[in-house]
Design a protein. Sequence first.
Length: 147
Amino acid sequence: MIEPFGDEYFMKKAFAEAVQAFDQGEVPVGAVVVSGNKIIARAHNLTETLNDVTAHAEMQAITSAANLMGGKYLNDCTLYVTLEPCLMCAGALAWAQVGKIVFGAPDPKRGFRKHSPNALHPKTEVVGGVLSEECAELMQEFFRKKR
């Protein structure tokens, strides 16, 4: 059973965003930002749609959440994202001082933990592997179809 307002609950919401990206021909990464058990931002990759290499799900979610909150710091927020953030996104998450990051599948090739494990703000809590299999399978299916 999925605990209401637990990590799996919100990761399923991020996964729904990843499915939307998949359906649009984008690399299937989805993200939601949560504050006080309420989703304040939803996003998915838009790099193809916007022709912008920086339009990752995390970047879109940070911008949306900051606009809603009326400030650049998200220290009382949790970001749920289906794939371990890359170094670029980890840097943005550090600047935003996100309180907690929960990711689904690890990214051993491009994830921040390989390239710069200390990239995040020192107070940011990180939880990995939530719905990891589902998130990884969606990514694998996407790239299988591309080949």
